[in-house]
Write a protein that binds this ligand. Structure first.
Ligand SMILES: C[C@](O)(CO)[C@H](O)COP(=O)(O)OP(=O)(O)OC[C@H]1O[C@@H](n2ccc(N)nc2=O)[C@H](O)[C@@H]1O
Ligand SMILES: Nc1ncnc2c1ncn2[C@@H]1O[C@H](COP(=O)(O)OP(=O)(O)OP(=O)(O)O)[C@@H](O)[C@H]1O
Length: 267
């Protein structure tokens, strides 16, 4: 069976406090976008993993799909599978690609082997693999809090707009990005701000990672400025970077950015 894990963007990201376990409490809005990997599992005699498309750094045994299989195997009588992942979602982009693969792998195993896991069960498994992972079980727009794995549904529909994403030739490590931020409480929660018209977001909605990440990677700041110059109503880095998205009324011409960056139109 084949499934198509999708990426996310973060619309606003407030890092509120550092926790005793080293993680951070935050608030953000996760919004699913149409950049997809392709993930297939076939029942087999032994567990195997192969990938095509973008190179995935790290060892196969650390791939989140493989980790997800071992985690499920502990609690359920599931057979070995041959896993094929075609990787399209840029890595180190703040798009949650690895987390999406893991969550969609859990969904695929649940369906294929009739594990009868509820959405809650699957989210609980997903949270064990990464803070971002649980969102991808349903992959619907949500306001997220705690470490980014508790949710409140929101009615955010950006389908009337054109979303464009620019991925510079830079990778940003998530843990390094967290180390660069000084957590602070917020005056008005993002769950209220997100209800404003998109054209007002620029004034009020921010991503706390931008300040420190832009300091180390000026080219990312340049991409954000270029999106506003091209007419974006709102532009922001996603998650801990390096990708930057823009929300437009009409598709912009970003051919001047295409040389040094990968540009995804209408995602
Ligand atoms: C930046 C975001 O993408 C925003 O949505 C996420 O917070 C990152 O989520 P993720 O990649 O699933 O994160 P994990 O794989 O769980 O953790 C990677 C590293 O990020 C840091 N981390 C992550 C999430 C969080 N709420 N606080 C943290 O401090 C920790 O240092 C952790 O070691
Ligand atoms: N299936 C996978 N796809 C991509 N990376 C994976 C996968 N499994 C494990 N990883 C590891 O996770 C690291 C980061 O992956 P990912 O693409 O999720 O990062 P990101 O774009 O920064 O996302 P996030 O929004 O979660 O910060 C990679 O460097 C890789 O070593």
């Amino acid at each position: 069976m084949v499934i198509f894990p999708n990426a996310k963007i973060n619309i606003g990201l407030n890092i509120i406090e550092r926790r005793a376990d080293g993680y951070h409490n935050l608030e953000t809005v996760f919004y699913p976008i149409k950049i997809n990997d392709v993930l297939e599992i076939i029942e087999s005699d032994e567990l195997s993993f192969e990938s095509t498309g973008l190179d995935i750094p790290g060892r196969v045994e650390d791939n989140l799909c493989v980790k997800a299989w071992h985690m499920l195997k502990k609690d359920h009588d599931v057979p070995p599978v041959k896993i094929h992942l075609h990787k399209n979602i840029p890595i180190g982009a703040g798009l949650g690609g690895g987390s999406a693969d893991a969550a969609f792998f859990i969904r695929l195993m649940n369906e294929t082997f009739n594990l009868k896991l509820s959405v809650d069960d699957m989210q609980n498994y997903a949270r064990r693999l990464g803070a971002d992972c649980a969102f991808f079980i349903e992959s619907k727009p949500v306001f997220a809090f705690e470490v980014g794995d508790e949710f409140e549904a929101i009615k955010l529909d950006l389908s009337a707009y054109k979303i464009v994403l620019v991925m510079p030739e830079v990778h940003v490590s998530t843990s390094e990005a967290y180390r660069g931020v000084k957590p602070a409480d917020v005056k008005t929660s993002l769950i209220e701000l997100i209800d404003m018209p998109v054209a007002n977001w620029r004034k009020y909605i921010k991503n706390d990672f931008e300040e420190s990440v832009f300091k180390n990677h000026v080219e990312i700041r340049g991409v954000k400025a270029a999106l506003y110059e091209a007419g974006a109503l709102f532009a922001s880095m996603s998650g801990s970077g390096a990708s930057v998205f823009g929300i437009f009324n009409e598709l912009p011409d970003l051919s001047h950015l295409e040389g040094e960056n990968q540009v995804f139109y209408d995602i």
